[in-house]
Ligand binder design. Structure first.
Ligand code: GLU
Length: 279
């Protein structure tokens, strides 16, 4: 089996040295195995993504020495694929419309002293999970905005478990998707969430090894459940360390001094970048 990896940046700002690490990590993994390396532009969130950042990303990666297969998959060109996945999940009866605003959710959480927390903060309290069919129908028909959430308990009950995935650093991990509660898979303004689009794309692109930062290991638990529901093959995972600055903080897009563009303009070479990040 040919190894296929990918780097999947979001064009919401300039790439910095932390991205260089993630990109080279994926690229080197493919090269070491004589495999294929893909680049994917994750621009689902139209309010934050800009074409000029996408152009700058391609330029930076090229300068770093990365080469990828064409065409580059741009998520905003593929909403039909995410809609098809949502339709499959809908047919399985594991989605429900959620009409809560952020303020509704905060109020509900504040009112319940023992609100459970997950990796991203307090879990959705499940308000709309209990709405009847007639009320759902009435509110969607009236044009009220809603998100689609995954009913994680139902979803887990509908798959034959246990669900596991393999991480090169951690071995076999039993997935616990419920730690995030009923995640949002689509919203009116963003018709596919990160969890949905990344899972669908890795499948459609035949990615066999997902490499990404350790901060995203919890998210893989949700992706594993989506793979089971959608009948996807399960890739291997290599969640890597995050590059930290001298204060032990993650590099941020707003920190201009470590953008690849400014490093390049100050005369730093790609070989020097590799040395700095330890690759
Ligand atoms: N677009 C995501 C990011 O930039 C990709 C994460 C992933 O590789 O799954 O964090």
């Amino acid at each position: 089996m040919i190894l296929v990896t990918r780097f999947a940046p979001s064009p919401t700002g300039p790439l910095h040295i932390g991205h260089a690490f993630a990109a080279l990590f994926a690229f080197d993994a493919a090269r070491a195995a004589g495999g294929r390396f893909l680049l994917r532009i994750e621009d689902i969130d139209a309010s934050r993504c800009r074409p000029e950042f996408e152009a700058a990303i391609l330029e930076d990666l090229h300068w770093l020495g990365l080469r990828w297969e064409e065409p580059v998959r741009r998520q905003s060109d593929h909403f039909a694929d995410y809609r098809a996945a949502l339709a499959r999940l809908e047919a399985l009866g594991v989605l429900y419309p959620c009409f809560c605003t952020r303020a509704d959710i905060q109020r509900e959480i504040a009112a319940s002293p023992a609100a459970p927390h997950g990796p991203d903060g307090p879990l959705y309290p499940g308000t709309c999970r209990h709405l009847g069919t007639a009320e759902r129908q009435r509110r969607t028909n009236s044009g009220e905005a809603y998100a689609l959430r995954l009913d994680v308990t139902r979803a887990m009950a509908s798959v034959t478990g246990p669900l596991t995935f393999h991480d090169d650093g951690h071995g076999t991990i039993v997935a616990d998707p419920a730690q995030f509660g009923d995640v949002v898979l689509a919203r009116k303004e963003t018709p596919a969430s990160y969890h949905l689009s990344v899972t669908v794309d890795d499948h459609l692109q035949g990615v066999t090894l997902v490499t990404r930062g350790h901060d995203l290991l919890p998210a893989t638990h949700v992706h594993r459940l989506l793979q089971a529901l959608l009948g996807h093959d399960v890739p291997a995972y290599r969640h890597h360390r995050l590059l930290l600055d001298e204060n032990g903080q993650r590099f941020a897009k707003r920190n201009r001094s470590v953008t690849l563009q400014s490093l390049r303009e100050s005369g730093v070479t790609p070989a020097e970048i590799r040395r700095r990040i330890g690759l």
